[in-house]
Design a protein around this ligand. Structure first.
Ligand code: ZN
Ligand code: MN
Length: 486
């Protein structure tokens, strides 16, 4: 695979350092500290209670499922899971935060020092180290009316459970950043703890970027890109930011620490707020929540619920089916397609099956804009088709025709072959007769071919195929033609 082009290629004296924080919205039934449903899309301020709106005198009660999910994320990222951890109050004042503090975890997060393996373009694996994974509650939403000066607050989202997953500054390119985010999203989706839906904000990434001259000891000043909701925009924004910072340094300026947003229309990052100093959140241990104790038994219970993880699946697909990394990656990104492939392979263990899945099935779905589940070529039928081809009952040409018919009618491939008389013609005697006829009917072409115009061989193959209505065995035809024409 060729290396992805990056703006950094144009500045060989520089390197980029990237760290990423992701907020993963957990797919629990209820919110993190109260019994309100964990749902989006309701009428504003209808999915709230005294706890999530921070009324005086109420007490939060931790949702055990949130801890289960945090442990699952920790195990899947090879993190250390703290036997005891606590919750903290992080104070700030904003209309969407009625308590004036967010309940989060401070210096003792539930998970620390894990890693997420990613595959680099040269095929090697890099482990992006995680500093921490902690649990916290989400805030509400401010809605600024367009057309009037009014602002509104919707508290439905307050108390939505989140995991915040923070990397070390290990990421060294836009490609790595994008690959890490894709791997992490696939991981939380596979664990069943998050929808991964970026447009709804269920998976939100904040990216810290700094550049420095290669070999410099100190990291450059970083800027944070906040809440960008697509992989493409994140990549574009990082590329833009790399060039902005390098250009600034090259012209003798300095990068200021600030939070920036991606303007999707103008295609540039814009300043949201400067971060001259770290905000003083006055963290304190939340006195309303007891210490959280996680024993071996709890961890064992969650370990048993873990399904195959994406990188395990990736390696297994290559080992069990002899797939290339590119083929394995296609199946990794598309779980239903992977199940389809494995089901078909269980019926007909053929090396060529993956080509049919990637080329024909995916092509058909795209062309007809349908989902895999709606496709009439079931894994069993595709396997039957491939088996007919491999046994030599039909040739490639006929196989394509059968595929189209199955896709349209859902009929069994064997029935289609019988009804349409598509069996491959591989009797030497019958083919020989046809070949001799063609040679007799085209004396001029034969003479030209024999005088050295090798390209004319294709003419004869074409003629035989036409006479056999595409059913002739191509290998046999070539063999016989070579013999008769020599
Ligand atoms: Zn509530
Ligand atoms: Mn956070």
């Amino acid at each position: 695979m060729s290396k992805t082009v990056s703006i950094l290629d144009q500045y060989p004296a520089y390197e980029v350092t990237i760290g990423i924080e992701v907020h993963v919205q957990l797919a629990t039934q209820t919110k993190i500290f109260c019994a309100c449903a964990n749902e989006v899309g309701k009428e504003p301020n209808t999915n709230i209670c005294n706890v999530c709106t921070g009324q005086p005198g109420v007490l939060p009660v931790l949702n055990k499922k949130v801890v289960d999910y945090a442990i699952a994320a920790g195990l899947a990222t090879h993190s250390t899971i703290a036997p005891v951890c606590s919750f903290s109050r992080k104070h700030y004042f904003y209309p969407d935060l009625p308590k004036n503090y967010q309940i989060t975890q401070g210096s003792d997060p539930i998970c620390s020092e894990g890693n997420v393996p990613i595959r680099l373009e040269d095929g090697s694996t890099k482990r992006i180290r995680l500093m921490r994974i902690h649990m916290e509650e989400d805030a509400g939403k401010n809605i600024h009316a367009s057309g009037s000066n009014e602002s509104f607050v919707d508290l439905n989202r307050t108390g939505t459970p989140l995991l915040e997953i923070v990397t070390h500054p290990d990421i060294a390119s836009t490609y790595e950043a994008r690959t890490y985010l894709k791997a992490l999203r696939l991981l939380v989706q596979s664990l069943g703890i998050c929808s991964g839906n970026m447009e709804d904000g269920a998976f939100r990434a904040d990216t810290n970027i700094s550049v420095r001259k290669k070999g410099a000891q100190k990291l450059g000043t970083r800027c944070e890109l906040k809440n960008i909701n697509s992989f493409k925009f994140i990549s574009d924004a990082i590329e833009y930011e790399i060039e902005r910072q390098i250009t600034l340094l090259e012209s003798g300026g300095t990068v200021r620490q600030e939070t920036r947003l991606w303007d999707t229309k103008e295609h540039k990052t814009i300043m949201m707020r400067s971060k001259e100093e770290a905000a003083d959140y006055r963290y304190l241990t939340d006195p309303d929540l007891p210490l959280l104790v996680i024993d071996e038994g709890w961890i064992d219970r969650i370990t048993h619920t873990l399904a195959e993880l994406p990188y395990e699946r990736f390696n297994r697909l290559m080992a069990d089916y002899g797939l290339s990394p590119q083929e394995a990656e296609i199946l990794l990104d598309d779980m239903p397609l992977a199940i389809y492939f494995e089901t078909a392979y269980a019926c007909t263990a053929s090396k060529s099956l993956i080509n049919w899945v990637v080329r024909d099935i995916m092509g058909y779905l795209k062309e007809h804009k349908i989902a895999l589940a709606e496709c009439k070529v079931t894994p069993e039928k595709l396997a039957a088709l491939v088996a007919l081809l491999e046994k030599g009952t039909i040739n490639n040409h006929a196989a394509k025709q059968v595929f189209e018919t199955v896709a349209k009618t859902g009929q069994e491939p064997a029935v289609i072959v019988k009804e349409a008389g598509l069996e491959q013609m591989d009797s030497s005697d019958e083919l020989q007769v046809i070949i001799l006829e063609i040679i007799a009917a085209n004396p001029k072409v034969v003479a030209d071919y024999k005088s050295g115009k090798d390209k004319l061989f294709g003419f004869f193959v074409g003629q035989v195929m036409q006479k056999t209505k595409g059913k002739g065995n191509p290998t046999l035809i070539q063999e016989l033609l070579k013999k008769e024409l020599s």
